[in-house]
Ligand binder design. Structure first.
Ligand code: HPA
Length: 235
């Protein structure tokens, strides 16, 4: 069987899927975590891999960038492949002094400027929130690490052009980071009565660009976030 964007058989995906943005990162995560990983789909160069971690099945597949892209893959995985939970493992830009590059943010909820959630329930400002059991598992796996935060993030449609007054207001409301996918993922999971979480590594900081990660560091620097994501995947 196939969906418009995934060519895999029913049963090829594990109940839990780790979802980085970058297809190369997906391949790296799969080979790092699962010596027994097999490729189950490769439509548009978006490799999907399934194997086992500590004897438990797991899949890894990239989302691409932005809410429309993750919305498509999450929809197809939940609706056609019976995936039960998706954990995004991505990067985000820090927007408050409380976070620094290399920190991890467990995204409790995701504000958004996207119309994708505005149009979901007419008359309602949809509240995109993570699944509590996954949050609890990731928090437990973090132990007493000081550089892991649990907080709202913002999912924006534009990577470039963050209005400073908007970033300041979001920070004033306790928002720690900006990325481009979590709000759509959380909403699609709610729509399908499934679970979702985003575990984000801070790769750059909007208030101070001196520590920003290079493209290669972004690709490699996810080990801690990965541990928390696997704990959530298998809780
Ligand atoms: N903005 C949006 N998405 C991001 C950023 C950012 O600064 N950094 C990593 N993903």
């Amino acid at each position: 069987m196939a969906t418009p964007h995934i060519a895999a058989e029913k049963g090829d995906f594990a109940p839990a899927v780790l979802m980085p943005g970058d297809p190369r990162r997906a391949e790296r995560i799969a080979s790092l975590l699962m010596p027994d990983a097999r490729k189950v789909s490769d439509v548009r160069g978006i490799g999907a891999y399934t194997g086992t971690v500590n004897g438990k099945p797991l899949s890894v597949m990239a989302s691409g960038m932005g809410m429309p892209s993750i919305g498509i893959y999450a929809n197809e995985l939940f609706a056609e492949y019976d995936v039960r939970r998706i954990i995004r493992v991505g990067t985000a830009g820090g927007l408050a002094p409380k976070v620094t590059v290399g920190d991890v943010v467990i995204a409790l909820g995701a504000h958004t400027d996207s119309a994708m959630n505005t149009s979901r329930i007419p008359g309602i400002h949809f509240s995109a929130v993570a699944s509590y059991p996954l949050v609890a598992a990731a928090v437990a796996a973090a132990g007493d690490a000081t550089n892991v935060h649990v907080a709202p993030v913002v999912s924006r449609d534009h990577f470039y052009g963050n209005p400073p007054e908007q970033i300041q207001a979001l920070a004033d409301y306790g928002t720690l980071a900006v990325e481009m996918e979590a709000a759509a993922l959380y909403a699609v999971a709610a729509q399908h009565d499934r679970e979702a979480l985003a575990v984000l590594t801070i790769s750059d900081h909007l208030l101070d660009h001196s520590q920003d990660m290079s493209a290669q560091e972004r690709e490699e620097n996810f080990a801690r976030a990965l541990l928390l994501a696997v704990a959530a995947a298998h809780c």
